[in-house]
Design a protein around this ligand. Structure first.
Ligand code: NAD
Length: 257
């Protein structure tokens, strides 16, 4: 598999949730991690904990992405990138009370697509350019990228048009981009999480939204996934040199009919 020790890694959305868990696991494998996030306080604290670097990045800024990719490549060859930056859409505020309109506003749709889809693509594009200059390892691999999609790419929840479209886009780009990057020795895979216990839902376990999510679990006993379970799959996608262009669902079986 691809050796991560002695490389740098870039994790967008690295200050929280799945990204933070991936950053910790990458550091444990000997990577110097650039934690790229909007949130400076949590990002800086994590960077200090894992002896990495924090970069304040909004993934809708192409210049800020350039800065973070450069910062990583200056530390050591950039071999691992995880695109975990993303926003959800507050499903709980949208219902039969006319507020569906706000979920379908062009402004909301454009914002979610800009962060979750275009931001992800921009990081892939810029990171791949830098990675293509790396020395190939024994398997011919110069680097690997993992994008975060969602089960929402395959389902249809209330008020989730923007989110599902953005994650469907992340799924859709996986094969063609993986094909294009293969020639440069760069692998791209996508992980599609189910319901993971992270701050993305904004509310604690006592909230109705959280309980509703829990109710959807088909596991016994019912539970949400935890960030480390997702991060382990992200690490597998990064290091398994035979894994390319895959979309891996990791959702506790939630899509079982
Ligand atoms: P999270 O909210 O804990 O972490 C997301 C991070 O992204 C935050 O630190 C946030 O500050 C950052 N971020 C948001 N907008 C940004 C921007 N414009 N630029 C840079 N950083 C930005 O969420 P999470 O649950 O860990 O989600 C990580 C990824 O996994 C997201 O793409 C999310 O859509 C996806 N996902 C999560 C779940 C889940 O149930 N938690 C399910 C499916 C998919």
């Amino acid at each position: 598999g691809m050796e991560l020790s002695g490389s740098s890694a870039l994790v967008t959305g690295g200050a929280s949730g799945i990204g933070a868990a991936a950053a910790r696991q990458l550091a444990a494998r000997g990577c110097t991690v650039v934690v790229a996030d909007l949130q400076a306080d949590r990002g800086e604290a994590l960077a200090e904990e894992i002896k990495g670097v924090f970069a304040q990045v909004d993934v809708t800024s192409t210049e800020q992405i350039t800065g973070a990719v450069r910062a990583a490549a200056e530390i050591a060859p950039l071999r691992a990138v995880v695109n975990s930056a993303g926003i959800g859409w507050a499903q709980r505020t949208i219902g039969r009370d006319g507020q569906l309109e706000s979920a379908h506003s062009l402004e909301a749709f454009t914002k979610v697509i800009a962060i979750n889809l275009i931001g992800t693509f921009d990081v892939v594009r810029q990171a791949a350019t830098v990675m293509s200059g790396n020395e190939p390892d024994a398997d011919g691999c110069r680097g690997a990228i993992v994008n975060l999609a969602s089960v929402a790419a395959f389902d249809g929840q209330i008020g989730q048009a923007s989110y599902s479209a953005s994650k469907g886009g992340v799924v859709g780009m996986t094969l063609p981009v993986a094909r294009d990057l293969s020639a440069a020795g760069i692998r791209l895979n996508t992980v599609a999480p189910g319901l993971i216990d992270t701050p993305i839902y904004g509310e604690g376990p006592e909230s109705e939204a959280f309980k509703a999510k829990l109710g959807e679990s088909v596991l016994f006993p019912k539970r949400l996934g935890v960030p480390d379970e997702l991060a382990s799959m992200v690490l597998e996608c990064l290091t398994n040199s035979y894994m390319n262009g895959e979309v891996v669902r990791l959702d506790g079986g939630i899509r079982m009919p």
